[in-house]
Design a protein around this ligand. Structure first.
Ligand code: FRU
Length: 919
């Protein structure tokens, strides 16, 4: 995709460049030539412009901007300024008059614009080139021609051009100079025709009568010469010889006047338009050029006018042919350009086709590659699929085998459990049992029943799973059925003061259901309700018809601890265990209930709010239209069927039978106290029963009360479950072990988790021993003994020497700190007879009881005994090493009377201080 995109883009860029390149070749005008003409009304000026244009047509790189001033010098100055402002590359000018136009031409030249002056001149040499005829020569040529015509004698009238234009000045000057050698010739009158036909006619008409014997008229151009012809013709007087200037070959121009004998002769005066353009391009192209370009001239009269006309016609026809050829050339050029453009397009399309072909080829190749890859992947996938299928078949078989084994073994469990149950119940009935034996037997009985229930539920599940559990529905009165089940819970409700009642609007409500299935569901819902409802709460059961009369609705409502939203969502999930550690079930009961109701094509839902209560609602369709034929049976309900479920579901719901302390034979004054922290009342009670004969037992069922008990009583040992409500066991151990008041107490952690990481975690929090459930009671007793005796040995060790020499490596950091703080306090206060236990409590930050307990636990000493002992040891040392009197020593070790000191010393060491010192 990215490949083609990239290549398409570059292709279009190349194509655009290519096409735009073609267009660029169609000549961009490089040069701007400004041409300022003084006047354009006459044929001579028109010819000049045509010549320029013709020449320019061979130079497409140059463009002409043309302005003409109608013979007005000021207008011409303005036009030149405008051309310069357009930044022309070169200026061609034919100035109307010399002086007025000189400054602007100089300015253009000085500011770097090349200037070509044509025909008329300016009054300065500050221009780049001049193109035009030699007007002085023309004047002189005309003079000499007149002299030969008149044979050196005659009167002449001169019609001049604009007096301030250089051709007029120069022609006059040449004409006058030619007469110097002919004294018989005389210019009788000069008339100013300003170069215009009409003006010349008017001026000549004014004076013509005053000069009757004129032999020749010299007009500065052919148009004014023709005016002279007209004036003399209209007068009817004899026509003088007339000479003009220009000799243009066109109709109504000089050459025709001569050939028609209207005038005698004309001085050929070329326009120089062609030359002006050629020189301009030489300058612009920085080629060599001549500054003064004087055009050739000659006399045209009756002797040569024919030839000249023929030549002119020839030239004109050649020019026309050139024009035509040029047009053809242009046409060819156009065709060529069109064809070239066409070629470009064809080439572009070809390139595009090649390009697309390339892409197609590339895409095809890529496609083939991808296809191959896909085929390989397909093969791989189908291989994997096969493998997976094989594996899943194997897994299914393995699972089947596992489940079958599991079902079989569950089934196998039932027999021994039933065999245990029978004799057990017999034993329970035996009155000769001792109290604690009854307790144990009850415990066994309850747990056997629990196991039975679990196994039954598991087997039911298995049956549903393999589709073997079929509904055997019969029509029964559901009101009586539910009421019967409720009876099984009456005594438990009474014991726990739970308001258990059934409400119904129906005397009898016949429903098609499987009694052996529905009883499990109702028993399970009621058992749950009893489990989660506190003593003195209520459990209400409603059995009614739905409003539309099509369903029976059984509602079990309690005001127990309820469930949070999340728990409600998963309540019917298999193996879901809820949120309360101490109420955790197997996660089987509700899942099984749901499946059983599903077999009835009914529904079971739950609504619950935490700490408010829970309501389960079962909907069963009335009639049997919704059931298959094979789901129904005519067999009547066997009442004994209910018995097993009753026992299985209700037996472990009774009020906890906690062993009372007033049991006979339990010693009150025991050496060590043990705090049991366990939320399971049965296990707690079991442990208490086992241990209370030897130890003083303290109990706590949650984290908060455990901590309170630990700080208040400072027990000798703590047994703690890892999972307890409030605070978890590990946090609890951490708190106990880092508090100065309790840090010395050995702790046994009990847990159901065998995971080694948990053990390490437990150890990290400084638990002394970690025992996993189920545990052996003797092992536990043994562990307790060994922990306590270790502690005792440690104390022995401490007290065998002076406290200052304590080897405290075996103690925890906190205990070491405590011992050293305590001993140094006593040491430094030996001579202070006021020093008391309260002082120590204040300094160390513990209560009097805690201090006594701690010192007893760590050093096996009474605090007062310890202080006294230290004083006596110090006294002993002083008696041995210092030269002090007995009384001095007595005061030094904090005795107020030396006599009392002696008494105490003797009772401790068997000798009086005096005798000891002498020894
Ligand atoms: C045309 C013209 C010509 C003459 C020239 C002199 O305008 O009058 O007839 O030769 O100008 O500048």
């Amino acid at each position: 995709m990215s490949f083609s995109k990239k290549y398409y883009t570059s292709f279009w860029i190349i194509l655009l460049f290519f096409i735009s390149g073609c267009n660029l070749q169609s000549a961009h005008k490089r040069y701007l030539i400004g041409f300022s003409q003084c006047v354009e009304s006459d044929a001579w000026r028109k010819t000049m412009l045509e010549e320029m244009k013709r020449e320019l047509s061979f130079h497409p790189e140059a463009k002409l901007i043309y302005r003409q001033a109608d013979g007005n010098s000021q207008k011409q100055i303005d036009q030149v300024k405008e051309l310069l402002s357009q930044r022309v590359d070169i200026l061609i000018i034919s100035p109307n008059e010399a002086d007025p136009l000189t400054p602007i031409v100089e300015e253009a030249f000085n500011t770097g614009t090349p200037v070509i002056v044509v025909d008329r001149k300016i009054s300065s040499t500050l221009f780049t080139a001049y193109v035009g005829g030699d007007n002085y020569q023309i004047g002189k040529m005309a003079g000499e021609y007149a002299a030969s015509l008149l044979k050196g004698k005659g009167n002449i009238i001169e019609i001049t051009g604009l007096p301030k234009s250089t051709p007029a000045i120069e022609r006059d000057s040449g004409f006058v100079d030619a007469f110097k050698n002919y004294p018989g010739l005389r210019i009788v009158k000069k008339v100013n025709g300003e170069w215009y036909k009409q003006k010349a006619k008017e001026e000549l008409s004014k004076i013509v009568d005053s000069y009757p014997d004129v032999n020749l008229v010299f007009a500065h151009n052919d148009m004014m010469a023709y005016s002279a012809y007209e004036v003399y013709k209209s007068k009817g007087s004899p026509k003088p010889q007339i000479i003009g200037v220009d000799g243009l070959p066109c109709n109504g121009c000089g050459m025709q006047f001569v050939s028609d004998k209207l005038i005698t002769a004309t001085m050929l005066y070329p326009t120089g338009g062609e030359e002006a353009i050629r020189i301009a391009l030489q300058i612009l192209n920085k080629e060599n050029f001549k500054k003064d370009n004087i055009l050739k001239t000659t006399v045209l009269d009756s002797t040569n006018v024919r030839i000249m006309q023929l030549q002119a016609t020839k030239v004109m026809s050649q020019q026309q042919s050139i024009e035509r050829q040029k047009e053809m050339l242009e046409e060819q050029g156009r065709i060529y350009r069109n064809q070239r453009t066409f070629l470009y397009i064809v080439v572009s399309i070809l390139v595009l086709a090649l390009f697309l072909g390339g892409i197609t080829f590339y895409s095809l190749r890529e496609n083939r590659k991808i296809n191959k890859k896909l085929q390989l992947q397909n093969l791989e996938i189908s291989d994997q699929k096969n493998q997976l299928e094989e594996m899943s078949a194997k897994a299914q078989a393995a699972n089947e085998a596992k489940v079958a084994f599991f079902t079989n073994i569950s089934h196998e469990f039932r027999t021994p459990l039933t065999l245990i149950l029978g004799p057990l119940e017999e034993l329970l009935l035996n009155n000769k049992n001792q109290y604690n034996q009854i307790q144990n037997l009850n415990l066994i009985h309850k747990n056997v029943i629990r196991l039975l229930r679990l196994i039954n539920q598991l087997m039911d599940f298995r049956k549903i799973e393999v589709d073997k559990m079929r509904l055997r529905a019969s029509e029964n009165d559901i009101v009586a059925f539910v009421s019967d089940i409720l009876q099984s819970y009456k005594s438990i409700a009474q014991k726990r003061n739970i308001d258990l009642r059934m409400f119904t609007n129906e005397r009898k409500l016949d429903v098609w259901f499987d009694v052996n299935m529905l009883d499990k569901v109702i028993f399970n819902l009621l058992s749950n309700a009893f489990k989660f409802t506190k003593d003195n709460g209520y459990i209400h059961v409603y059995v009614n018809k739905s409003e539309n009369g099509r369903e029976a609705i059984i509602k079990v409502e309690d005001n127990g601890i309820g469930m949070s939203e999340n728990v409600v969502k998963s309540a019917f999930d298999l193996f879901f265990q809820g949120e309360y550690d101490n109420y955790k079930g197997s996660g089987l009961g509700l899942a099984l209930s749901k499946d059983l109701i599903k077999l009835h094509k009914g529904s079971i839902t739950v609504v619950s709010e935490k700490w408010k209560g829970t309501t389960f609602e079962i909907h069963l369709s009335l009639g049997n239209g919704h059931l298959e034929k094979e789901d129904m049976t005519e067999i009547e309900v066997v009442p004994s069927v209910l018995y097993e479920d009753e026992k299985v579901y209700t037996l472990d719901l009774g009020a906890e039978q906690v062993v009372k302390n007033e049991i006979e034979g339990i010693k009150k004054n025991k050496e060590y106290s043990i705090l049991i922290i366990e939320d399971n009342a049965e296990l707690r009670s079991f442990l208490k029963n086992k241990l209370q004969s030897e130890y003083e037992i303290l109990e706590a069922e949650n984290g908060q009360s455990a901590l309170q008990e630990a700080f208040n009583t400072v027990p000798d040992l703590i047994i703690c479950d890892v999972v307890i409500p409030g605070k978890d066991g590990l946090t609890l151990v951490n708190i106990i072990k880092t508090d100065i008041r309790t840090s010395h107490i050995p702790i046994i952690l009990l847990t159901g988790q065998t995971n080694i990481e948990h053990q390490i975690e437990g150890m990290k929090t400084m638990a002394d021993v970690y025992i996993t459930k189920p545990f052996n009671v003797q092992f536990l007793e043994h562990t307790i003994k060994s922990l306590l005796s270790n502690r005792a040995m440690l104390k022995e060790h401490f007290t065998s020497e002076l406290p200052a020499n304590l080897k405290t490596q075996t103690l925890g950091k906190l205990d070491k700190k405590f011992v050293s703080e305590f001993t140094s306090l006593v040491e430094s206060n030996l001579s202070n007879e006021e020093f008391s236990v309260e002082d120590i409590c204040r300094s160390v930050g513990v209560s009097r009881v805690q201090l006594y307990r701690k010192v007893k636990a760590l050093l096996n000493l009474n605090v007062n005994d310890y202080i006294l002992n230290t004083r006596l040891q110090k006294a002993k040392y002083l008696l041995q090493h210092e030269e002090l009197s007995i009384s001095e020593i007595a005061y030094k070790v904090g005795f107020s009377s030396p006599a009392y000191f002696s008494t105490v010393f003797k009772s401790k060491f068997g000798v009086t201080p005096k005798a000891f010192k002498e020894r």
